[in-house]
Design a protein around this ligand. Sequence first.
Ligand code: VGL
Ligand code: ZN
Length: 208
Amino acid sequence: MKISKSDVLIVVDVQNDFCSGGALAVPDGEKVVPAINRIAEKFDNVVLTQDWHPRHHVSFAPNHESRRPFEMIELSYGPQVLWPVHCVQGSPGAEFHDALQTDRASLVVRKGMHHDIDSYSAFYENDHTTPTGLASYLRERAWNTLFFVGLAFDFCVRYSAEDARRAGFEAVVIEEACRGIDLDGSVAATHVSFKSLGIPIVGIGAFF
Ligand code: VGL
Ligand code: ZN
């Protein structure tokens, strides 16, 4: 595959809390790091996302009386999974994984900063209306094909790729450089959704 100047690699949430030993560890989360570093070298354009919650965030189970992590609740904008406390602004768990090469990223999009709305997608918060500004940034730079890698495949990578597609970008997911949480069949649901939206999955081998 030939990577062009209008392609961008979007590295989703490769943060300590999503890696082994972290508060919301995705199985084998840290294993994406070497692959992402190698792929990123091929791209002129790299954007990082960083889950970045206030301590009193609505998605944290301990902020709701007698609720447990991974339960669902209904919020004003719809159903929401309750998560363990993770990626708290300024905490070590919110830092990028030590081995992730971040120098060549032109932008870090922080998300989930509003205490009353979660944000899986790098484009819109979970109310599907509050934008992060990423779409405008990408359009202004005329980067129109977005390659997604990172954590978690079935949450933040999924919702980011879907919103990218709906916003008119080409979206491609490199699943081998992602890992999933797999809550109630969410990995299978992600594959179904990608098929119906025209989001292809490509192997790492395509880049070398
Ligand atoms: C994520 C759950 C909660 C993710 C972030 O990065 O996929 N998942 N916050
Ligand atoms: Zn989060």
